[in-house]
Design a protein around this ligand. Sequence first.
Ligand code: ATP
Length: 221
Amino acid sequence: MKCQASAMPLRPNTTKTNVLLLGVTGGIASGKTTVANLFADLGAAIIDFDIIARQVVEPGTPCFGEIIEFFGQGIVDIDGHLDRKMLSGIVFEDKEKRKKLEGILHPRIFDIFISRTNEITKNDPDAIIQAVIPLLFEAGLQHLVHKTLVVYVPREKQIERLIKRDKITGDQAAKILKAQLPIDEKAGMADFVINNENALDETKGQVEELWQKLKQIQAIP
Ligand code: ATP
């Protein structure tokens, strides 16, 4: 079975509900997961595209088979899993191969996103659902959600947290950042921005404020 769908899917159909889909994005290590968890504490659901992207390439899945067919057995590690780091390295250097990989992964990821949204909506037609999508703007996926939120930290702080968390050098961190849209640019494209530069309590205050705003948006008929 092929895992590719024929067309780019649109946003999940939430028209007969009061569901609000919030696309949560930012730069690497800017605090997307941290902020999404703070919203979850207030009652929001989370659909994390990074987690889905890992699930769809587990051994035995249709996407796993298609990736090996195209990239070869060398892309499988000794445990039989996809070597995601090697694959990232290959597509980082080769635009055509990146497009091929996206063509395999994206339709399956979107299918899962739609089915999870439908599942959550069935249980709670007033849900606020966070779609955590690291490369939302780079991939032009704004159409999948109603509103977008950028979790912002200044570039220097982003590099500092990335080095600390992933135990990498400053040069490696700078190279990773270079492959993404600058975070200031993303902030300018978003409906909402949360500044996660300071202590977590300060971020929490902004999350609570935005939560009230989202509830007000939902209340508008
Ligand atoms: P990724 O891009 O890798 O998915 P992310 O954007 O989800 O990362 P987090 O994992 O939430 O970012 O945060 C990155 C790191 O920064 C983590 O180690 C986290 O504990 C830390 N961090 C997040 N927010 C703050 C904060 N306000 N103060 C101090 N450290 C923070």
